[in-house]
Design a protein around this ligand. Structure first.
Ligand code: UD1
Ligand code: CA
Length: 514
């Protein structure tokens, strides 16, 4: 899941490594809160940033530091959250917090889910499920700092322009953390502090257990505050350290859709910057969206209006856009994709797609192949060098190498009950405006005459013709359309032909034109 870590060039810290003799911590991810301001039938944690749920980022960051156990504390909309967890992180435990009595209570619930362990790990890391920008590097740094400082608790903090609503970090004269005071419980002097509590911590597990046992709800919200464990640690002689990070985005939660949008924009910016530093040219950052799970090679060019989603990968030197959406699409080196919507497809090296192409799942275009303008494909293998250039529907097909499909061909794959496959062999030509009525095989080296409705196989080297024979009705226009400009033009042409016949012959100029 390393693709989920945005902009590695901005966040790598070589001090991040954890001493190898240390035992792995447990991680508790708090995710029981309501998310009412999202005004959504969907749990807040399942809303997405750069194509992945908020919760998936929290779990990726937690899992990447190599914990022994991960516990997610769930509450509101927990059916949805648990179903999602079963999909993305079946290895984690969940703890149910029936009533949201505060962050301290939530961590109590999390610890209860570890009660079957012979012993708690030495350290417990606490994070939130709705803080998607937090990286595993930051968590590893926090843990390393906690160990280096031999602290009882280490809290991740940031300095922000507007600290309204956050808990403030109150420091001693010696710079150690004295306590954390919630905004609602703070006086003006404390509210003036701009260093905030991110809500992400490493605890010595014995201090945590003891501290949680002594919490009271003696505060403005009547909740059990996890932050009070810090004061407890101090009161029992432990030291409380702060790990201050410059990148405040990593501490930001998502509470409403305005913040969700801001988070998406910032995450996308980081992803695009990361790819530009890795050798990708991007013309317009505002209209280019790249999910965190996408992989791009050097010398890829992304033109405006490009959206790359899911497990999409783009090979070196390929040009994508303008106006392209690719979801779970593999694009080969040097390919060109213009004004196209594609899903679950493979586009070969050096191939050309679009403008105005629609690739539905199961399309596999070979190297140097072409899917052109107003072409729709589905479950179609189109071999190397084969071309489907204009206004065609290719459903359930196998097209051989260097075969050429004329304009307006329909691969009629569905008879209303079953779907069947059409095969076109290597180097074959299918004439324009033909219908290939599946199941049918056009063998290698065969031709289909334009305008044919093919219902039977065409053998190797054969020409399949399946259409009405042409019949002309002489004089029809003069009889049936007398008095029209068309009839006049016909009469003029007939007169000229008659004059040419009766001796005079065409003028030199006319002869040349013929
Ligand atoms: C908390 C901190 C505050 C910090 C802020 C950072 C406390 C008392 N305060 O504020 O110092 O600046 O986070 O965002 O800890 N949750 C539960 N169960 C609960 C309550 C909360 O699971 O009973 C979860 C929420 O889903 C959320 C996280 O804990 O993911 C924080 O809850 P929230 O109410 O947003 O934080 P505050 O208490 O306002
Ligand atoms: Ca919050």
């Amino acid at each position: 899941m390393s693709g989920l870590t945005p902009d590695p060039s901005e966040s790598v810290d070589s001090d991040a490594s954890i001493p190898t003799d240390a035992t792995p911590p447990a991680v508790i991810v708090l995710a029981a809160g309501g998310g009412t301001r999202m005004k959504s039938a969907r749990s807040k944690l399942l809303h997405e940033v750069a194509g992945h749920t908020l919760l998936s980022y929290a779990l990726a960051a937690a899992t990447e530091i190599g914990p022994d156990e991960v516990v997610v504390v769930v509450g509101h909309q927990r059916d949805q959250v648990q179903a999602h967890l079963a999909e993305i992180a079946p290895h984690v435990r969940t703890a149910v917090q029936e009533q949201q009595l505060g962050t301290g209570h939530a961590v109590q619930c999390g610890l209860a889910a570890l009660a079957d362990l012979p012993a708690l790990p030495n350290e417990v890391v606490v994070t939130y499920g709705d803080v998607p920008m937090l990286t595993s590097e930051t968590l590893a740094d926090l843990l390393a700092d906690h160990r280096a400082q031999r602290a009882a608790v280490t809290v991740l903090t940031a300095v922000v322009a507007d600290p309204t609503g956050y808990g403030r970090v109150v420091r001693d004269a010696d710079g150690r953390v004295a306590r954390i005071v919630e905004h609602r419980d703070a006086d003006d002097e404390i509210r003036a502090i701009t260093e905030i509590n991110s809500g992400i911590y490493v605890f010595d597990s014995a201090v945590l257990s003891a501290g949680l046992g002594r919490l009271t709800s003696d505060n403005d919200q009547g909740e059990l505050y996890l932050t009070d464990v810090l004061g407890y640690a101090r009161s029992t002689g432990g030291s409380v350290a702060a790990h201050l990070i410059e990148d405040a985005w990593q501490t930001e939660g998502v509470n409403d859709r305005v913040q969700l949008s801001a988070m998406n924009t910032e995450m996308n910016r980081r992803i695009l910057h990361g790819w530009m530093r890795a050798g990708v040219t991007i013309l317009d950052l505002a209209s280019t969206w790249v999910h965190s799970s996408v992989d791009l090679a050097p010398d890829v060019t992304l033109l405006p209006g490009t959206s790359l989603e899911g497990a999409t990968s783009i090979g070196a030197g390929a040009t994508i856009g303008p106006e392209v959406t690719l979801k779970d699409v593999e694009v080969g080196e040097g390919a060109t994709v213009i004004r196209t919507h594609a899903e679950l497809s493979v586009i070969g090296a050096g191939a050309e797609v679009g403008p105005y192409a629609r690739l539905r799942p199961g399309t596999r275009l070979g190297g140097q192949g072409k899917i052109g303008t107003f072409v729709e494909t589905k479950n179609a293998r189109i071999a190397d060098g084969a071309k489907v250039p204009h206004q065609t529907y290719v459903g359930d097909a196998e097209i051989g190498r260097d075969a050429n499909i004329g304009a307006g061909v329909i691969f009629a794959n569905y008879d209303g009950v079953t779907k069947s496959t059409t095969v076109v062999g290597d180097y074959s030509f299918v004439g324009s405006n033909s219908v290939l009525n599946a199941p049918v095989t056009i063998d290698s080296g065969a031709y289909v005459a334009a305008g044919s409705v093919i219902t039977g196989d065409v053998g190797p080297g054969d020409l399949g013709v399946a259409r009405g024979r042409q019949r002309n009705v002489p004089g029809w226009v003069l009889r049936k359309r007398a008095g029209t400009k068309t009839a006049a033009a016909a009469q003029k042409a007939l007169d000229a032909a008659a004059a040419a016949e009766s001796g005079g012959g065409p003028t030199g100029e006319e002869a040349e034109r013929r």
